[in-house]
Design a protein around this ligand. Sequence first.
Ligand code: PMT
Length: 323
Amino acid sequence: MTLDMRRIIDPDTYFDHNLPPTNLQWAHDEVDKFVKTQSPDQRIVLVTSGGTTVPLENNTVRFVDNFSAGTRGSSSAEQFLAMGYAVIFLYREQSLQPFNRNYSHNTRGILSYLERINGQIRVKPEWEEKMGRDLDSYQKYTQEGKLLMVNFTTLSDYLFLLREVSLLVASLGPRVMFYLAAAVSDFFIPSHSMSEHKIQSASGDLTLHMNQVPKFLRPLVKNWVPQCFIVSFKLETDPELLGPKARHALEKYGHQVVVANMLNTRKCQVWLFTKEEAQNPAIIQISKEDVDAGKDIEQDIVEELARRHQQYIANAQQQDLSA
Ligand code: PMT
């Protein structure tokens, strides 16, 4: 497979040349309703989670995917809810979901948590307390209208939905946080360049030309939601690149925070880069023992970001008063 990175697509024209997801109108209506039912001072966060797929055929049989399971996003969504945020959870279909995450994608299937006693199906006693807590939280937040889940699969679905949600929440300004933890593909094949049907193996080796996906952080920060508090994530595998790339993203897009993480240590260590702390980023870390004991680093990440978000809102209110 070879990558053709010379043809860079303009973010503004991307939407003219790619098909929207089938749930776009549904998502528009639900997000609109969700936002309108929140109180005027309610803090809202859009959490993006999981990886995007990149189809190789229009009638898709094969696609390129990535490693992200949605652990960061789903755990963070739970923390934001616990801290009083209303959460729009934009997640990859079949990746981890808040509260449900504890019973999926592990080595056990859902049936291993259940048993049948005297004809009645029930949760096994050793799981009752934890599952009860998760069930109560999940029902409470969804019934109170504090958690809305919107799913995507492909890169194109994700980008259309990200833009749609952004435009719907933009007018709420500083009280909205964007927490962009999804692992978004950097390369794709535009619809018009893709094979219509399943690529045939009869012609031998396969060479793919993939275009670079435009960096959507640019229009997001500059045009779609210029007043919101934006947190992007930077993932690297080479430790030499992490700091420089995080600083570069801050300079290039001019948003509030870059959370930098390494693939192999992302569950115990992240760095928070801001304009003021570009050379000396805050470190958030927990021990391997804490991770093994079931602690999520997202508790600390979200707590710190919520504190900074509060400050951002206060500063914006101060500026409004003095204007
Ligand atoms: O889901 P888990 O298994 O828990 O893993 C969590 C995580 C490692 C995926 C998460 O912590 C993380 O780092 N997410 C961002 C991964 C990523 O896409 O990094 P990047 O360096 O390729 O992109 C940096 C930023 O640019 C991202 O915030 C992304 O939203 C944005 N981007 C990326 C591609 C693109 N075409 N346009 C963009 O704007």
